[in-house]
Design a protein around this ligand. Structure first.
Ligand SMILES: [Zn+2]
Length: 71
């Protein structure tokens, strides 16, 4: 797949697993396809996304499922 300059601009690294992810334009939340953590996204005026932090309600669910798996 060829990356457009626009896609490269919207690319960030997941703060959890460091996967490179391309944020779809204008979304306020985006889940990392690799580790599944849902991030809150804010947008710079120049069109670049920034990860603000995890969505806590989703993160709790993630932690619960992880603990259940481990026992
Ligand atoms: Zn991730």
């Amino acid at each position: 797949m060829v990356e457009s300059a626009d896609e490269r601009k919207r690319q960030v690294r997941c703060l959890h697993c460091f996967e490179r992810i391309v944020i779809p334009k204008g979304v306020e939340q985006y889940g990392c396809p690799r580790c599944g953590i849902l991030w809150r996204i804010s947008w710079h005026p120049n069109g670049m996304p920034k990860i603000r932090g995890p969505v806590w309600s989703q993160l709790r669910r993630y932690e619960e499922s992880k603990n259940q798996g481990k026992r």
